[in-house]
Design a binder for this molecule. Sequence first.
Ligand SMILES: [Zn+2]
Length: 203
Amino acid sequence: MSRQRFGSVRFIIAFSFLFSLLSFSFSFLSWDSAAVRPAFHPIPVNLELAAHMGAHAALGALAALPTLNVVAVLTGGVNAALTDVDHIGSHLGLPLEGRASHGLPFGLLVAVILYLAARKGILGRELPPVIAGCIGLASVLAHIAMDSVSGDPMMPVWMPFYRAQVAVTPPFGVLTEVAAVAIVWAASAARRRLQSEKTRTPA
Ligand SMILES: [Zn+2]
């Protein structure tokens, strides 16, 4: 494997590991807030789940498309699906919300932490820190967008500040995906402008 490709794979794995760890940890902020105390129930691994995850990945990849960067698009796809790591606690029977990380506070938190991790070089140098942070936020927004149109619009979108579930109706879900694309597009465009200004030699 070439050095560059290894760097890309390392970035996606490091980003996804950190993102999943954050989603799982964040779900503990919903301790005792679920209406019904969950009992242990295994995750149903079937075709329906695979299709649902595939749809999450597609919207996550779409949100990262304005970067015109393959690593960013793959990272967006993988992590939009990985938002659902917050389900694990309730499947284990812990008194947690199944969708605790399906919200804006979580999206902003991952944006900040992934930005800082990228700045420290923890993720490698494949993507600039601002883009890494934006992909984190866009992954969460793209995930919410897909869930809103998949039949169950109830999510605790303000967790942990307001712990009740809120209905994210499909039109609002579409707006959420548009917002995810717009955030990545704005950050990518700003970065490209900055880079072209830097490389322009003074007359
Ligand atoms: Zn979900």
